[in-house]
Design a protein around this ligand. Sequence first.
Ligand code: SF4
Ligand code: SF4
Length: 72
Amino acid sequence: MKKIANILPECVACGYCMKICPLRAISVPKGIGAEIDESKCIGCGKCAKGCPAQVITIIERGRADVKAKAVV
Ligand code: SF4
Ligand code: SF4
């Protein structure tokens, strides 16, 4: 099963994960919280290890909670 990063609502929008993602799969639009580009993320876990707030988890693709933090 392929993995993907999932960001919890407690993200403090520091932007660190955006800088360290090797695939440039993360954006932090207008400082409201990080978002994952599902087409780019390979689930490597680098962002989860580096997040100072520890709000990134690596989950299996297709799980309903991937979209839990969808921003309108
Ligand atoms: S490193 Fe963590 S707290 Fe910072 S923007 Fe990314 S997910 Fe949010
Ligand atoms: S799991 Fe890897 S590829 Fe996906 S967003 Fe995090 S650092 Fe980028």
